[in-house]
Design a protein around this ligand. Structure first.
Ligand code: PMT
Length: 415
């Protein structure tokens, strides 16, 4: 079940911020943007002032399908997506071509234009495709800068060697767009969940009383959707089964199944269970449903107290583990009191590999909030994540899940 599968050569759903700086190789940036889009990436282009001498922003807009940005303080563009949001948006920043001057400014942490500011403000991977005259490339200054960038885990793609625009021959030519795309793809192939299939449940469930009434809870979908999105970011093939939720669906999760009740959620999960490597149950599933669902709206009969019978819903997490005992499964525990001890009970009762416990009381109520704090509980102990934005917590949780999943694989194979 948990053998890594081969990584598809695709950048589907990847968000690539393509930086273009001012060198003659900028004419190849249009071809690069086109090829990135062709393999499924979403591309947003940021150009430096100097690059506009070599290629027009209109060309880059046409090939990327998105408006090009070059000003840090462009009021209209900032209103749509601020430069900080743009920095967070990117899965990777690829600067191609990267001139000697840009490389120097990146090395020394300048934030004197939009592109350098984004590089400084982003926690994403950064890759550069240097392009310059061979003497500039070989100069001790540039080589020192490149070495410093490598130490900071910034990837230098190329340069290539050969005929140069200045008439000389040697190292300094920008790699061909096709080769840059291949290397960008490689950046993602070492990701935490590359080649794995992950099934996530999220949102609430709605248990009907009659055609217009039902019982539900306040789950917004934010936590589960952020986890599904973070799993895609980490290279997984993600299926999301979502109950009712107020938050917009994550747009880069390709396979989304919308359900209403707990029984529908169980059916959807069971239908998509085959071939999954990891199951993450984030949904707030109703434990009980009304015993009967009236076909017509229930009328007031004048009674002071209305009694209703409830029956147990299936426990999706427990049933999944029953059906596929080897599946790496992660449950959530939403508790008002005794967070850790209650979560430990759930870890055992549902035979989960990991439980992420969160509080749903008072000021730290995770329901509907943009923020959360998680206590990760497994047989080895407790690890805390947050408090932080759910989008941030989700990324860290995926790393924790990946580490445990891969460690388990190693243990099993050496048994
Ligand atoms: O959607 P948000 O507003 O972002 O809020 C996120 C959240 C607080 C809902 C989420 O972080 C969370 O805690 N989800 C689980 C809530 C819950 O129902 O916990 P539980 O203790 O009742 O269930 C334990 C585990 O069993 C959960 O993984 C749940 O998905 C699963 N379960 C529960 C009942 C059931 N019938 N089937 C299940 O699979």
């Amino acid at each position: 079940m948990n053998n890594p599968k081969s990584h598809p050569v695709s950048l589907h759903g990847k968000r690539i911020l393509l930086g273009v700086t001012g060198g003659i190789a900028a004419y190849k940036s249009a071809e690069l943007a086109r090829r990135l889009c062709e393999v499924g990436a979403e591309v947003r282009v940021v150009m430096t002032k100097n690059s506009e001498a070599f290629i027009s922003s209109l060309t880059m807009q046409a090939v990327s399908g998105n408006a090009v940005r070059s000003e840090t303080f462009d009021e209209e563009a900032e209103a749509g997506m601020s430069h900080i949001e743009l920095a967070r948006w990117a899965d990777v920043i690829v600067v191609a071509p990267a001139t000697a001057a840009f490389i120097a400014r990146l090395t020394h942490g300048f934030a004197d234009d939009l592109l350098t500011t984004l590089c400084l403000a982003s926690e994403s991977k950064i890759a550069i495709a240097p392009a310059m005259n061979r003497v500039m490339w070989s100069s001790p200054a540039t080589q020192n800068n490149i070495n410093q960038l490598r130490e900071r885990a910034i990837t230098a793609m190329g340069p290539d060697s050969g005929d140069q625009a200045c008439g000389e021959v040697g190292p300094g030519r920008m790699l061909q767009p096709e080769e840059i795309v291949r290397q960008v793809n490689e950046l993602f192939s070492s990701e935490a969940l590359t080649g794995l299939r992950v099934l996530v449940t999220a949102g609430s469930t709605w248990e009907a009383i009659d055609p217009v009434r039902g019982i539900t809870n306040l789950s917004s979908g934010k936590m589960g959707y952020a986890i599904a999105d973070a799993a895609v970011h980490a290279g997984a093939d993600v299926t999301l089964v979502s109950g009712p939720a107020t938050h917009p669906l994550p747009n880069r999760v390709a396979n989304v199944i919308k359900v209403t009740s707990a029984r529908e959620m169980l059916e959807a999960v069971m239908t998509h269970l085959d071939g999954q490597d990891i199951f993450i149950a984030v949904a707030a599933v109703a434990d009980y449903r009304p015993q009967t669902q009236a076909a017509s709206k229930i009328k007031k009969q004048g009674e002071e107290v209305l009694r209703m019978e409830f029956v147990r819903n299936p426990d999706i997490l427990a049933e999944v583990k029953e059906k596929v005992p080897d599946l790496f499964s992660v449950g959530f525990a939403a508790e008002t009191d005794n967070l850790i001890s209650e979560a430990r009970k759930k870890l055992l009762a549902k035979r989960a590999d990991l439980i992420a416990a969160n509080s749903v009381s008072g000021e730290s109520n995770a329901l509907g909030s943009d923020y959360n704090t998680l206590q990760l509980i497994d047989r080895a102990g407790v690890v805390s994540l947050g408090p932080a934005l759910k989008t941030r917590i989700a990324v860290d949780l995926i790393q924790e899940i990946s580490a445990r999943f891969h460690a388990r694989g190693t243990l099993q194979s050496t048994r």
